[in-house]
Design a protein around this ligand. Sequence first.
Ligand code: NAI
Length: 397
Amino acid sequence: MQIKPSIRSNIFTNSHPFGCRQNVLNQINEAKAFEPFKGPKNVLIIGGSSGYGLSSRIALTYACKSNTINVSYESAPKGNRPGSAGWWNNIYFQSLTKDTNLIHKDFVGDAFSLEMKQEIVSYVKNTFGKLDLVIYSLAAGARRDETTGEAVRSQIKTIGEDALGKTIDLADLTIKDLLVTQASEQDIKDTVFVMGGSDWKAWIDILDQNNLLNEGFKTISYTYIGGPTTERIYRGGTLGKAKADLENQAALMNAHLSKTLKGEALISSSKAVVTKASVFIPQMPHYVSCLFEVMMKHGVHETIIEHKYRLFKDMVYGNKRIIDEKNRIRLDHLEMDPKIQEETIHLMTSLPDDEFFKLKGTKQFLKEVFQIHGFDYDSIDYETEIDIEALSELKPE
Ligand code: NAI
């Protein structure tokens, strides 16, 4: 069968296996050119199949020769359904990194569950012995509450008043207005439950209780702060409450880990990039396109893997850490530069829609959206018939 993009409500319902391989390969080629640095030996990444988790995994594999374990929730190919992009990213990460002679292990399943945590505990005990770094990079729409058995859903809503935002409709490439409605107290609680810090803490607790954390152990998670144009929908809304909870959790864990292991729990505010999760958030596609335009114009645009490499090299394991008053690592300082914000806001508010689609930044944004799902690579012939059944034989390792 031929695989062409299928998009519903800005979510891709399919992916192209060979394009996903190309995405992983391109990041690996970028990472091979990075200067090595002394970093963690054994790393667990929760949410390492795509986006920031995948880039962190690739950057550390090549720059620090790290062994990695990845826990992700992805769908395998079934019948004539080609599986999710993250599924193929895992498969091709494994095959493309064979020559590193490092240990790379994938677990596909629900990171929120106790079963998955126990499985990782026993794997770490039997193979790595101890961990040096845990990266918590989950972006999830739902979490099963183990006490009730019910699925709890996170909500992208405002707090206070409804807000009118804009988004790019990826299926027909138009700009659409989008009303983001007010959250109830329950919506806020649910979003904090799914995207806040409690599961991150549960991971660190169970690993700690089983004595699997090395002296000097570090754990890090990724937050987003953003500027005025995303404030009402993101930071001032339900997702912002969840991120505040994640940040509070980091402070509490940091106090404990620094005493017991001379370790650290860190939060990095990372820049807005193109991932499965960010494309779905109202206002982000419009904002990120204009931001890319401005950052490229000023020569401060970074690829996703350059961004994560700089995080670990300079700010987690190096001595160029930029922190704010809440002790958050501000890797996003280039995005948040007042001049960059001012010009981005100007573009967002002044350009007619047809001009917006001509921007280099918008073209880059759209290309990346398709490429993270394996589409729009010049090197791939999308007319080629793909034998999904044969590819289904490839399993996570
Ligand atoms: P993504 O959608 O590319 O990756 C999410 C990862 O979580 C995937 O590996 C997925 O398999 C995994 N996952 C989701 N539910 C799971 C479950 N139940 N069990 C196991 N794995 C599960 O998302 P992205 O954007 O890389 O997000 C990662 C983190 O980075 C999030 O906390 C996000 O808020 C943060 N962040 C993202 C920014 C962006 O612009 N994309 C900016 C700043 C922070």
